[in-house]
Design a protein around this ligand. Structure first.
Ligand SMILES: C[C@H](O)[C@H](O)[C@H]1CNC2=NC(N)=NC(=O)C2=N1
Length: 93
């Protein structure tokens, strides 16, 4: 997996196939809403396992049934293929 920063155009092309994701303040962003806190936290647990396996970790926050995720590659100082891969796997959960 490459950790090089991708161009804006490359990212736009890729997120056309990633439902719900957008570029917000230079990061790959998506808002999630669940029925309740337990479901939101269950989702976060699954994302945590994925992130640890990929050695690539989200910036995120949770308020009750809402989870906000921002993906960026700190090592590349921008969005890389790793962020796109993690976004795709999160959508497949
Ligand atoms: C050594 C380790 O693989 C790196 O520090 C990883 C860990 N998780 C990471 N996560 C994210 N989002 N960006 C990184 O650059 C990053 N680097």
């Amino acid at each position: 997996m490459s950790a090089e920063k991708l161009s804006h155009d490359d990212i736009l092309r890729a997120i056309a196939h990633l439902e719900g994701w957008a570029i917000v303040e230079g990061k790959l962003h998506k808002d999630f809403k669940f029925d309740n806190f337990i479901k939101a936290f269950g989702f976060m647990s699954q994302v945590a396992i994925l992130a640890e396996k990929m050695e690539h970790h989200p910036e995120w926050s949770n308020v009750y049934n809402k989870v906000t995720i921002d993906l960026t590659t700190h090592d590349a100082d921008g969005i890389s293929q790793k962020d796109l891969d993690l976004a795709k796997q999160i959508n497949e959960l």
